[in-house]
Design a binder for this molecule. Structure first.
Ligand SMILES: [Zn+2]
Length: 123
């Protein structure tokens, strides 16, 4: 495959907040409804645009945990706020646009979901 490579910068990790939420859930300080609140749109996006996480769901242990990428940004027009594959993101930023990519893990079984990272994608 040819074309320009995507450059990711300004990555913000949300793994600490994720670990803290899981800790609160395990300690009984957060209900399962609170931590497993993926809505229909998010679950559908994870199913059609997501990729396997490669590790089990931290809440229910399901093996089909998904990773889905959402793109945001003023330059994206109607593409803002949509779920995209890595290949699609590469094509979009190859046109000179800048996108903020939110990587979210979603469990199709228990509806656990959490933002993992936010990063700026450009070429
Ligand atoms: Zn789960």
């Amino acid at each position: 495959m040819t074309g320009r490579r995507v450059v990711y910068r300004n990555e913000v990790s949300h793994r600490f907040a994720r670990a803290e939420l899981l800790r609160r859930w395990r300690a009984g300080e957060a209900s399962r409804e609170e931590v497993c609140d993926a809505d229909f749109l998010l679950r559908t996006a994870a199913e059609y645009h997501g990729v396997p996480a490669g590790y089990p769901c931290p809440v229910c242990g399901a093996e089909d945990l998904r990773i889905v990428r959402w793109i945001h940004g003023e330059q994206l027009g109607r593409m803002a706020g949509t779920a995209r594959s890595e290949e699609e993101i590469a094509r979009i930023v190859a046109t000179g646009k800048e996108a903020t990519v939110h990587t979210v893990e979603v469990c199709p079984r228990c509806h656990w979901n959490h933002l993992l990272t936010a990063v700026t994608a450009t070429t």
